[in-house]
Design a protein around this ligand. Structure first.
Ligand code: N01
Length: 545
């Protein structure tokens, strides 16, 4: 496939402005240019990659199989990039994303170091005026925020956080220059997917590593491996079948679904199956598990008991092992992390665990962290404390739509969306990969949304309109379906960023797509079949077209 090239470089008057050079924004830029729109992408960072630009902490890697996370729009691209491992580490992913951008000549359409500080809809013209940090204003017909769901790092309001004199780092804002851990006294706060990746990655290098855990997580092995030459050949031979499966499967993975429920099997059969799951790669522990894992608490408890025994068998100190076993949530109520040598790390003499439920953090001091048990001194504190999930990035862009309505006011009680890409009062604005979208392997459903957004813009253009806005009824239908789905399922827990409850004061609303990918497909088809009648299409009163 040839590179996209229509000779439009960065310009101040655009058909399409994309925000964010992550996996979704890059694909959106590619699709917009391919469809013949003039398009520019602005990115706050100094390079491409989004998540894979900012989260460059040691140990950061995929837990979706590399070739299932990668782009599928070009067979040539798929053929020419040889992933080294089934689950690639951050540097390889960043290299891949840079390769894609250069391969398709996209970089000249991008501006870096360009953070959006305000975006205002101009009703007479139907255009968006988008202000960047340096005061530049870009005028665009369509404004596409591909700003991601996990892109606003969260620092808890710990007293004295700024008083710490050592190095303070967040996994989601990792510096591009190497961090020297050698011989340092290091604290890691947080044991979500980021914390449990960095902990084993630095343990051997540091003088001491103290892990501050508030909630233990159900971690299971990633089971990563290099991709052998035979597997490389097979991947290429199977490209069409792989693409078909990834583009149509419920969660965007290649894993085969299981056909049995937990108690269809005897105790012995179950243990053998659990052992097989424990040794299976990444998310197959969800997607290929017993069919009732997420729906029957007794089934879930059986699997949790199996993991708890594994933890006890790996961690030598029984007291530490018990602290590492979750007691307050079932498997997959929170997003389960997949790990490499995580539990084994606690057997190292320089690694210790502080249970914040027993001894909460009181304050940061100039030299360390004070808990109820006293002060421990550190050279480096790593905040692996997560993100303002789902709505955080959209909320901080200063977006104002029709009638000057601020998005933050419209969403004060939680997001309202249509198909997780658009909301009332913000004509011509779309947010593929935003709240109410996620339902599995990220790039797959974000790609579904980019394809839908692009087709929608083409429809608007080709039918002589220049303003599109979803009807309130269609938005209400989609949003209440998401909320109903979240309330019904037993598999969604209370204490997770899925509901925004990790951010103090954030309204408790489900932020993923509880209806799943098939429902998204169905609704997209319905929109197309009904000639976009879920939307109101018009011409702006001062249209220049
Ligand atoms: O963030 P998290 P993350 N005091 O929110 C703790 C993706 N990802 O960056 O559970 C002490 O999961 C908090 O404790 P608790 C993936 O989707 C993917 O780790 O709230 N601790 C928790 O332990 C993932 O789900 C990969 O009690 C505090 C941790 O900080 C998502 O990103 C790798 C605290 C936050 O965990 C987010 O993961 C990395 C406080 N005041 C990330 N506040 C892959 O493998 C919070 N915590 C692809």
């Amino acid at each position: 496939m040839p590179p996209v090239s229509d000779n439009t470089g960065p310009t101040d008057d655009l058909d399409v402005l994309v925000v964010g050079a992550g996996i979704t924004g890059i694909y959106q830029l590619y699709r917009a240019l391919e469809a013949g729109f003039s398009a520019t992408l602005v990115e706050a960072g100094a390079g491409v990659g989004g998540t894979w630009f900012w989260n460059r902490y040691p140990g950061a890697r995929f837990d979706s199989e590399s070739y299932t996370y990668a782009y599928l729009f070009s067979k040539e691209l798929f053929d020419e990039w040889e992933w080294q491992e089934h689950f690639a580490e951050q540097p390889e992913t960043e290299r891949y994303i840079n390769h894609v951008v250069d391969r398709f000549d996209l970089r000249r359409h991008m501006r870096f170091g360009a953070r959006v500080s305000a975006a205002e809809y101009d009703e007479p013209t139907g255009m968006w005026n988008v202000t960047l940090g340096d005061g530049t204003v870009l005028r665009t017909r369509f404004f596409i925020a591909a700003t991601g769901v996990l892109s606003v790092p969260f620092f808890p309001a710990v007293e004295g956080r700024d008083d710490f004199h050592g190095q303070s780092l967040h996994t989601g804002l990792w510096p591009s220059t190497p961090v020297d851990f050698a011989g340092k006294r290091v604290a890691v706060i947080g044991t979500g997917s980021s914390g449990v990746q960095i902990i084993p990655a630095i343990a051997d290098e540091v003088a001491s590593l103290t892990v501050y855990q508030r909630t233990a997580n159900w971690c299971t092995p990633l089971n990563n491996a290099p991709i052998t030459p035979d597997e490389q050949r097979q991947l290429r031979a199977d490209f069409e079948a792989i693409r078909e499966t990834l583009n149509t499967s419920v969660s965007g993975f290649l894993h085969t679904a299981h056909d049995r429920a937990t108690f269809d099997d005897s105790h012995e059969e179950r243990q053998a199956f659990f052992e097989k799951m424990w040794n299976s790669p990444g998310f197959s522990k969800l997607t290929s598990h017993y069919t009732d894992l997420l729906f029957d608490p007794a089934a879930n408890a059986e699997w949790c008991a199996f993991i708890a025994d594994k933890i006890r068998s790996i961690v030598s100190d029984p007291e530490t092992a018990e602290k590492l076993i979750p007691t307050d949530h079932r498997f997959a109520e929170k997003r389960p992390p997949f790990v490499t040598d995580y539990y084994e790390t606690y057997n190292k003499p320089n690694v210790s665990l502080v249970d914040l439920k027993q001894t909460p953090i009181v304050r940061m001091t100039a030299n360390g962290i004070e808990t109820a048990e006293g002060v421990r001194e550190f050279d480096i504190v790593v905040w692996a404390t997560g993100f303002d999930f789902g709505t955080g990035a959209l909320a901080r862009m200063g977006i104002r739509g029709r009638g000057g309505l601020a998005l933050t006011d419209y969403w004060a009680d939680g997001p309202k969306t249509f198909l997780g890409v658009h909301t009332v009062c913000l004509p011509n604005l779309f947010f593929p990969g935003g709240p109410h979208a996620a339902a599995g392997n990220n790039p797959r459903y974000n790609g579904d949304q980019v394809d839908f957004v692009t087709d929608t813009l083409v429809y608007v253009r080709d039918h002589g309109y220049d303003v599109i806005e979803v009807s309130a009824a269609a938005e209400e239908r989609w949003t209440s379906m998401i909320d109903r789905g979240a309330a019904l399922s037993t598999s969604f827990g209370e204490s997770s960023y899925f509901f925004g409850t990790n951010i103090p004061g954030k309204p408790r609303k489900y932020l993923l797509n509880s209806a799943g990918r098939p429902k998204l497909f169905k609704e997209i088809s319905r929109v197309r079949e009904n000639n976009y009648d879920a939307f109101e299409l018009s011409r702006a009163s001062a249209s220049s077209r």
